[in-house]
Design a protein around this ligand. Structure first.
Ligand code: GDD
Ligand code: MG
Length: 404
């Protein structure tokens, strides 16, 4: 893969946010030696990307998506990665989760690969979090709360148990298998280029096709992303003193983290999870807010956090869910931004202007997963969660580290 060199850099405390990289060539010359930073284009050879993919879990959060579309998403996930499926789909009156399990089982059988599966609302999964000293994720019935962010947190823990060093996320409602493939290859390419153990790769797309007046329109930005990015950039500019448009991935559902970083971030629930990653970085490692905690993370502060942003060649084409859903997403990210100790007066007044009032206080984020007792989690999960399964093909060929 060939990617443009991320030239522009915004720095805030330990954080480096790189300007958007472009995918220049999906499949580059395999005979060409690697060329990294120093030219205008970085060339990452396929074997280097595959080496990273072998150390990566790809989490697919899914709630009641169409099976044909899910099937396409699976097709796009590179073989070397570990597939992790976290479902919050209905189990009644029709058991959609069972249908998803069948789809994944069939996919793994024919592609000779493995998958880790769990249902987010499995009481045994809730028990495992409680036993691991992480009850924050649970509702009053002791089940993991509903929400995409909550499903992703479950996915991070499963990737950790599977011994992975990287964890990436791709939505289950993507119509284009080739774009899923590109996202995961991009994650691997930038992790290969990363110079620290604390890195993040976030995707933005060249276009998001929509049908407008009966014709296909290739829009540049979603409305939600436009608003979130503008406000995050305003916040950044308030500290650096220079106006910037470097943040282009505030809402990036498709993104990946090194496990070292994933375990140290505080993660938000629902659709606030992606913008909140920036907020948490600013608050705790940007050296700007009262809530900073650099003394707890001297290694991170020294090595720094690298945030890569990449514009993919494929369009992002997914299910359209209408505007109610979008408004909820905007409200979640604006609330978190407004009430963050890292927010400055400029950002707060821009938000007030936008919504016409003070946004509601958001749910507090979850504490970092580094506090989770992994051994206790694993033993309770294996014993008490009937929806947890590992699909392994060829059968008996390999036992995942997750099996202990
Ligand atoms: N496990 C789980 N649990 N998955 C869920 C849940 C849940 O409670 N809710 C939604 N999902 C899954 C969906 O099935 C889909 O695969 C993915 O999470 C994203 O949900 P969508 O409902 O498709 O969200 P969206 O398309 O509006 O927004 C996406 O793109 C935004 C950026 O444009 C999401 O990825 C957002 O997080 C992202 O900010
Ligand atoms: Mg979607």
């Amino acid at each position: 893969m060939r990617l443009t060199f991320p030239y522009q850099t915004d720095r805030l405390g330990a954080i480096r946010i790189y300007g958007v990289q472009h995918v220049f060539e999906l499949d580059s010359d395999p005979a060409e030696p690697e060329s990294v930073f120093g030219t205008t284009v970085s060339h990452v050879p396929t074997p280097a990307m595959i080496a990273v993919q072998r150390r990566m879990g790809v989490v697919v959060p899914c709630r009641n998506e169409r099976l044909r579309i899910l099937d396409g998403v699976l097709t796009g996930i590179p073989h070397a990665t570990q597939l992790i499926f976290v479902s919050n789909s209905d189990r009644e009156p029709v058991d959609r989760f069972m249908m998803e399990c069948d789809t994944i089982e069939r996919f793994c059988r024919y592609s000779r690969r493995s998958a880790v599966i769990v249902h987010q609302r499995d009481p045994g999964l809730g028990k495992a979090f409680a036993a691991a000293g992480f009850p924050h994720l649970l509702d009053e019935d002791g089940l993991v709360k509903h929400g995409k962010g909550e499903g992703m947190i479950v996915g991070i823990v499963l990737a950790l148990l599977a011994g992975k060093d990287y964890v990436g996320f791709v939505d289950a409602d993507n119509f284009v298998p080739g774009s899923v493939n590109e996202y995961v290859r991009v994650f691997a390419a930038d992790f290969h280029l990363a110079k620290t153990r604390f890195a993040m790769v976030r995707i933005c797309w060249k276009s998001k096709p929509k049908v407008v007046d009966g014709a296909l329109f290739f829009s540049r930005w979603g409305r939600t992303s436009e608003t979130t990015n503008r406000l995050l950039n305003l916040l950044l500019a308030g500290y650096t003193g220079f106006g910037t448009d470097s943040i282009a991935t505030g809402n990036a559902g498709e993104h990946a983290l090194t496990m070292e970083l994933a375990l140290r971030l505080r993660l938000a629930g629902g659709f606030a999870i992606e913008p909140f990653q920036f907020i948490d970085l600013f608050e705790r490692f940007g050296g700007v807010a009262k809530a900073t905690a650099p003394q707890e993370h001297p290694d991170l502060m020294k090595e720094g956090v690298q945030v890569f942003q990449v514009e993919t060649a494929n369009p992002h084409f997914h299910e359209d869910r209408g505007s109610d859903h979008l408004e909820g997403m905007v409200a979640a990210s604006l609330g978190a931004l407004y009430h963050s100790p890292a927010a400055n007066a400029q950002v707060r007044s821009a938000i007030e202007e936008l919504v016409g009032s003070t946004p509601a206080l958001p749910e507090p984020p979850y504490p970092p997963l580094s506090g989770l007792d992994v051994t206790a989690f694993q033993s309770v999960l294996l014993e008490h969660a009937p929806t947890f399964s590992q699909v392994v093909f060829p059968e008996g060929s390999e036992t995942l580290p997750i099996a202990g």
